[in-house]
Design a protein around this ligand. Structure first.
Ligand code: AMP
Ligand code: MG
Length: 417
């Protein structure tokens, strides 16, 4: 486990801007150090633990990018057609038995080695072949349709950076470089729980005043998407002893504990008080809406994050804070996905000093512009405001109003976690 100091989440201010939270995480949280080797077929989604330097060049040899005829450019008649004899035929995987001399050409196929002497390839669609000779039009540039050795990556060049979360294209590059496996960080082990006397497991009947737990599966899904190995440690009533024991037990064998509910400052908010007794708690009042209260704690050296109870607040605080914490603990160099400017399809007023996450759907209008339409219901408990939308519009701290037609920053849920 990564042992954190008790005061690593300490923060002196009142309302905490997201950047301040991210800075604390970056400075005071240390990644888990265990490293394992995985085969490329299993490497997708893992965090690379060391830089990969290209052990060989790609392509490994000059080759043709098309099916056609390879020639020496110097042989071409600049003013008109050129007719050259075809002296050899080379397919991908072949080696040319001899070099192509002055005034000669070679039939060649995509991926085949360029025969010595040639530097340019005519596409077969552009030429005619008659009686062992090829008739070439004027105007092709030197080097056309030829891939040079090392033009993709040179031997010794940096190929993949430590901290990278591997995607299909990265394992492809590693494979092209002849590697069979990669060193990656071990998966983070995360325990999730939810709290609240009103919660009922899905599948069980609801009594008056009760509701099904919808946060635990969401937190587990978000964590899995972030590459974690998740343990569901269940649902807890607002009853301090059992909750405290469960959290202490989870601190053994996990790198991180995430809970939902009970972290405001009301008298019914047990999670916060329980964590104060089993660990060192710092209450973060994030300058965001929804999702302000977040309980950050260290329990037995292991970080604990108490998210709010409202499902939309769970989602917003997860993507803004927990995702960064997971990245830091798992050694991933992570930055939030880039927001793109879109046109606002709504007017909106907000308070200064906090960042608001407005749930919107993108629609392409007839004139080609992309417009964000706000979900009609805004409450932090409205789960359909997440399921019926495609992403967030992020309204920065100083903004107080948005007018229809304003350019606003949009981030899709798709690449958010
Ligand atoms: P709390 O933060 O405990 O005060 O909860 C805030 C709101 O979120 C209340 O309306 C709770 O009923 C609701 N809530 C808390 N936990 C969950 C959960 N696991 N699933 C769905 N709603 C929840
Ligand atoms: Mg509660």
């Amino acid at each position: 486990m990564a042992q954190l100091s008790d005061d690593c989440f300490a923060f002196g201010g009142e309302l905490m801007p997201i950047e301040a939270g991210l800075a604390l995480i970056g400075e005071r949280v240390v990644p888990v150090t265990d490293i394992e080797t995985v085969s490329l077929i299993d490497a997708d989604g893992r965090i690379l633990a060391e830089d990969v330097i290209a052990p060989l060049a790609l392509p490994g040899y000059d080759n043709s990018a098309v099916d056609g005829w390879a020639v020496r450019h110097a042989d071409l008649n600049p003013g008109g057609e050129t007719i050259l004899p075809v002296v050899t035929r080379i397919a991908a995987g072949d080696r040319s038995p001899h070099a192509v001399g002055k005034g000669e050409s070679a039939r060649i196929f995509t991926g085949a080695m360029m025969p010595d002497g040639t530097d340019t390839v005519f596409m077969q669609e552009d030429v005619r072949e008659e009686d062992g000779r090829v008739i070439l039009p004027a105007g092709l540039k030197k080097g056309a349709n030829r891939r040079l050795a090392g033009e993709d990556i040179a031997t010794g060049a940096p190929a993949l950076a430590s901290g990278l979360r591997l995607q299909p294209q990265h394992v492809s590059l590693a494979s092209a470089l002849g590697l069979t496996g990669l060193k990656v960080r071990r998966r983070l082990k995360v325990a999730v729980l939810s709290t609240g006397d009103e919660l009922v497991e899905p599948g069980r009947p609801l009594q008056p005043g009760m509701l099904h737990d919808s946060n635990r599966v969401m937190m587990a899904a978000l964590l899995r998407r972030a590459g974690c190995e998740v343990t569901d440690i269940g649902m807890y009533r607002d009853e301090p002893d059992a909750l405290g024991k469960a959290i202490l037990a989870a601190a053994k064998g996990h790198d991180l504990i995430i809970s939902s509910g009970g972290v405001s400052t009301g008298e019914e908010d047990y999670t916060r008080r329980v964590v104060e007794t089993v660990g060192t708690l710092v209450h973060w009042r994030l300058a965001i809406k929804p999702g302000r209260p977040v309980a950050m704690a260290v329990v037995d050296g292991v970080p604990f994050v108490g998210l709010p109870g409202n499902p939309v607040a769970v989602f917003v605080t997860f993507v803004n804070i927990v995702r960064a914490l997971v990245a830091r603990l798992s050694g991933e160099s992570w930055t939030p996905s880039t927001a793109v400017p879109v046109k606002s399809g709504f007017a909106y007023k907000k308070k200064t000093g906090r960042r608001e996450f407005v749930r919107v759907s993108l629609v392409r209008e007839a004139d080609g512009s992309i417009v964000a339409h706000k979900h009609p219901r805004e409450g932090a408990g409205v789960i359909t405001s997440l399921t019926e939308t495609t992403g967030f519009v992020e309204l920065p701290e100083p903004v107080t109003a948005v007018a229809e037609g304003d350019l606003i920053a949009y981030r899709s849920y798709e690449n958010m976690f």
